[in-house]
Ligand binder design. Structure first.
Ligand code: GDP
Length: 440
């Protein structure tokens, strides 16, 4: 997510490494880098200059807090100011009445339909039932798209591609839902002949639906234009929260997030890919620590917790964190990562791993997953638990048993060693390392 920005900010942070006193030159160097990185991510230039000025002023004027080195002091300020740029505290979606009616707004192509399905899945994980009312009369395919996306979730979609009256669709849909479901999501059109017609329809629908919350979906790839888009919608309906989609691989995501934060509309979720699982609650602090290459242990554990119900999996997470990591753990871990989503994304959440992995390392991993499984199947439990004993003769036996080559076994062992090294001390780094101290 926001790879370019993350990479340049992580590199910038490294410049602070040798800083033993707060010297103006290094500071200037660092703020110049931050400016460059943020402007490239389409953050408003004026905002960027305001931010770096503040970082410089605070770094030079604030007293060095007890227990922090000058380097940590500056890192903390950069971290705090970047968090402020995108919104400080996380805002949760609170389902506090039944049915809780959510109206989904967004221009066509913003990812509104996909996001609606993502939100339904999120709600299901939280234990809420939901139903969707489709009122998009401009894109009849939206109804079918919603049905397909939500079919595995067993969520009803009420709509009628033949009906051209959005208000009628809303009324009928709401009637059918009654008070059976915890949440009713009303999906709306994203396009009209004229923008004014679209906004008028939203206002009228809002009168009928009486939503408890209006959520606007904004495409993260539009950068700072997100601000005017949000403002336009805000004029007609009371936007309660925003979801910024397509933050995966978007060069302008930083601009979109900061532009939305500027108008004080809380971003509650972000979309990070095309799959319904590529969705996460937005937490500015976590987001920035990930962006700065500090990893995000909490998100990783949360994601893991969603797919792990058995105790053995939880033990496995503990063993990863404590640094005891065997081939058996890796086998489970690969299995679990497979369930959690593209390994590339999961890796990003692992402190210290995200920015160190060669660009194609995790891709290779996904492709090789099958081969690794076959190899591990021909290993003994003893070997899986004590991989260091796997030397020449065992390698020969394993490769023969798996019908693969010795190089394949070596490749697996190499991958295991790299992963083990990267994971080693990850818990320590987060909890008690210098950055752990800064976050508290
Ligand atoms: P709508 O017209 O606003 O309903 O948009 P759709 O939900 O149909 O999405 C438009 C396109 O954006 C589709 O190809 C989606 O797969 C894609 N999309 C939606 N959300 C994301 C996201 O978070 N990341 C990426 N990469 N693509 C997304």
């Amino acid at each position: 997510m926001l790879e370019g920005l993350s990479e340049s900010l992580t590199q910038t942070m490294k410049k602070l490494a040798g800083m033993s006193i707060i010297d103006k030159k290094t500071l200037k160097d660092v703020t110049k880098d931050i400016q460059r990185a943020l402007i490239q991510s389409d953050v408003n230039v004026k905002v960027v200059f305001g931010l770096t000025k503040k970082i410089e002023k605070r770094a030079l004027e604030e007293e060095l807090p007890k227990g922090l080195s000058p380097k940590e002091h500056v890192m903390r300020i950069v971290y705090q100011e970047l968090v402020n740029l995108i919104g400080e505290k996380p805002e949760e979606l609170k389902i506090n009445r039944k049915p809780y009616k959510i109206m989904m707004l967004g221009l066509q192509g913003s990812g509104k339909t996909t996001t609606t399905a993502k939100l339904v899945k999120h709600l299901k994980k939280k234990g809420h039932t939901s139903a969707i009312v489709c009122t998009d009369t401009w894109r009849p395919a939206a109804y079918e798209q919603l049905r397909q996306l939500t079919e595995p979730l067993d969520v009803p979609v009420f709509g009628d591609p033949e009906n051209k009256d959005a208000i009628d669709l809303a009324k009928k849909g709401l009637e059918k839902c009654g008070s059976k479901y915890d949440v009713i999501l009303v999906d709306t059109a994203g396009r009209h002949k004229e923008e004014k017609d679209l906004l008028d329809e939203m206002a009228e629908l809002s009168q009928i639906v009486q939503p408890d919350e209006v959520i606007l979906v904004i495409d993260g790839t539009i950068g700072q234009q997100a601000r005017s888009q949000a403002e336009t919608f805000k004029k007609t309906t009371d936007i309660g929260s925003i979801i910024v989609s397509k933050l995966d691989g978007s060069a302008k995501g930083g601009g979109a997030l900061s532009a939305v934060a500027e108008i004080r509309a809380p971003i509650k979720f972000i979309g990070t890919g095309e799959r319904v699982d590529d969705f996460e609650a937005f937490d500015p602090e976590r987001f920035i620590s990930r962006l700065l290459g500090m990893g995000d242990l909490d998100t990783l554990i949360e994601k893991a917790a969603e797919v792990t119900s058995e105790k053995s999996d939880k033990e496995m997470i503990d063993s990863i964190i404590s640094g005891k990591f065997t081939l058996k753990d890796m086998e489970n871990q690969l299995e679990m990562m497979n369930k959690m989503g593209p390994i590339q994304q999961i890796m990003k959440l692992i402190p210290g791993l995200g920015n160190q992995l060669p660009a194609n390392a995790s891709k290779v991993t996904e492709e090789k997953l099958g081969m690794y499984k076959i190899l591990m199947n021909s290993m003994t439990t003893y070997e899986l638990e004590n991989p260091e004993v796997i030397k020449k003769s065992r390698i020969n036996r394993i490769s023969r048993g798996a019908g693969l080559t010795n190089d394949d076994v070596k490749d697996l062992l190499k991958y295991y060693n790299v992963t083990k090294k990267a994971l080693k001390g990850m818990g320590k780094r987060n909890m008690s390392g210098p950055m752990g101290k800064l976050m508290r």
